[in-house]
Every structure is written in structure tokens, then in C-alpha cells.
Design a protein around this ligand. Structure first.
Ligand code: FE
Ligand code: FE
Ligand code: ZN
Length: 296
């Protein structure tokens, strides 16, 4: 069974319940949420997230907790040269992992970090140290920290599979880490995801092992391969294109892995119902998405 969804919101009175409803409205059987705004670290208490109601709806609609993903805010940088900021990152991420567990989600996606000072190896050491601390602080929980493959803009760590491997090698409890494979990011980082996904996967498998992949972010890219930009495009509308993305979505090795769309809104409207519909029909129908522009 195809496991497909998108990122969804979590706000208002219903909070997490609204997230589940939004996912179901897209015909999704997987989804991803931020526990608050991705750009900041202001978070509501777990008791205010309306978790019990959300869980009830997931159970009654057959949406498995295994296919629910949380995304950590992207301002957290475990590689910040300032030790106080790193400590803040660790304590915030510790709480995020606890929230993820309370929400019964199986994994939390993390942008590994940025080598602000330019020393990439030092950054990798700090990231691993931070992740180890978070895992230690949440010992006993099963939540995985999924390190995301990054486009490599600025000094982002995780642009190459080798960097992710270096981090994971330094993790003491490797049952708690995995990889989030973002198709836009890997393409932007220079991997030939469009024309040689098999070759890219062979490389990934040799360096990290493909069983490390716990979630895919399925995005097209507004830029050519290697651009290191990280600008997502709607499914089929960018440099990766419909056929290449479909090969990944329906790849035999990854049918059990949730696939999450993080494609951009079209005229302030989420395109996820339409994109999921196209993917299920296995036919590129650009008007389905284009028509969102002309809606009243
Ligand atoms: Fe991300
Ligand atoms: Fe992503
Ligand atoms: Zn991105």
C-alpha cells in the first residue's frame, strides 16, 4: 500500500485533531506536522495539543501512528559554535522528542545543522554530541531522530551521504537515528535523482544502508541539479518532473516508508489533495493543480 501524505498544520482550538482532519481531507494515510511555527521555538504544552481526540480519529479512520512524522523547527542548530545555543538546542529538541512520543508519532525529522564557522568536521562532532545527549535524555522512548538530506545552501551539513554517515557513526544508540530522504534537497545537492535514482540509491546503500531511510520528502525542485538552493516546486512541475518522482514514490524497496509532500501552496491554497490524486491516478494532470489559481 502506498503511504502518502503531506505536511499539515497544527493550530486553533483543535490543534493535533485539526492536523489529522486536514490529512484525511487530502485522502492521505500519512502526514507530517510541526509542533508549532517552524521558524521559532514557542510551543504549547503537551496538554494543550488535543492529543487524545486526534488519536481517537486516527484509530477510527485507520491511520497508523507509524506513518505520522514530526518535523523539528529549522532554527535549531546543534552545530552552533556558541555552547549556550547548543545547550538550548539540546534541551528544546529533548522536549520535541517527548512531544513526538506523546503524539504517538514514530519519528522526528531534524535538519542536522549548519557549520556557521566553516569547520564542517567540528560541526559534525557537535551535531553527533547533541543528538547523543537528546537520545540519552529520552532514553526508553522509541522515537527516531531522522536526519534530513540537505540541499547544501550556506554551510548546511548533510549535503552528502558521507556527512550523514559520519554523524551516524558517532551515535551511541543507532536504533534511535534514521534518515529523511528529501528528493528536492538531494537533487539540489548534486545527486542525479531525476535520471539515475537507482544509481543514487546504490551509492546511498553503500555509504549508509538504505534501511536507514525512515521517511521520504517528495518535492520537485525549482532549480537544476546541483543548484544548492532548496526551493521546492509542485509535484511534476519542476526540474525532477512527474515520471522521475513517480519512480521514487512507487519504488519497490520503499513501499513501507511514508512519503510526505512539502510542495508549495498555489495562490495560498494547499495543493495536496490534487497532487495526491495525480499520484494515485498515476497520470500527470497539470490543470488539476493549475486550477487552484482560478478558484474563487
Ligand atoms: Fe526539512
Ligand atoms: Fe524536506
Ligand atoms: Zn527544503
Amino acid at each position: 500500500m502506498l503511504l502518502l501524505g503531506s505536511h499539515v498544520g497544527m493550530s486553533g482550538d483543535e490543534m493535533y485533531l485539526a492536523s489529522v482532519k486536514e490529512a484525511l481531507s487530502y485522502q492521505a494515510n500519512a502526514f507530517m506536522v510541526y509542533t508549532g511555527a517552524p521558524q521559532n521555538t514557542l510551543r504549547k504544552k503537551v496538554s494543550e495539543l488535543n492529543i487524545a481526540k486526534a488519536i481517537e480519529l486516527m484509530e477510527s479512520s485507520g491511520l497508523s501512528f507509524d506513518h505520522v512524522v514530526v518535523h523539528a523547527p529549522y532554527i535549531i542548530n546543534l552545530a552552533n559554535p556558541d555552547p549556550e545555543k547548543r545547550a538550548f538546542g539540546v534541551s528544546f529538541l529533548t522536549e520535541e522528542v517527548k512531544r513526538t512520543d506523546a503524539m504517538k508519532a514514530s519519528q522526528i525529522v531534524l535538519h542536522p545543522g549548519s557549520a556557521v564557522g566553516g569547520d564542517r568536521y567540528q560541526a559534525i562532532l557537535w551535531i553527533a554530541e547533541g543528538v547523543n545527549q537528546v537520545i540519552q535524555n529520552t532514553a526508553g522512548l522509541k522515537v527516531k531522530i531522522a536526519l534530513e538530506t540537505m540541499a547544501g545552501k550556506g554551510n548546511e551539513i548533510g549535503k552528502t551521504f558521507e556527512e550523514l554517515k559520519q554523524i551516524i557513526d558517532l551515535i551511541h544508540d543507532q536504533s534511535r537515528v534514521s534518515v529523511c530522504f528529501d528528493t528536492c534537497h538531494t537533487h539540489d545537492a548534486g545527486y542525479d535523482v531525476k535520471d539515475d535514482f537507482e544509481g543514487v540509491m546504490k551509492k546511498f546503500d553503500a555509504i549508509l544502508g538504505k534501511s536507514y531511510i525512515s521517511v521520504f520528502h517528495i518535492n520537485d525542485s525549482k532549480n537544476p541539479k546541483g543548484a544548492a538552493k532548496d526551493r521546492h516546486e509542485n509535484f511534476g512541475f519542476g526540474f525532477l518532473g512527474f515520471d522521475s518522482l513517480m519512480k521514487i514514490v512507487y519504488h519497490n524497496d520503499f513501499m513501507h516508508i511514508p512519503k510526505i509532500l512539502e510542495t508549495p501552496y498555489v495562490d495560498d491554497r494547499p495543493p495536496y489533495f490534487e497532487e495526491i490524486e495525480m499520484i494515485k491516478r498515476q497520470t500527470f494532470d497539470p490543470m488539476l493543480v493549475e486550477n487552484l489559481k482560478n478558484k474563487p
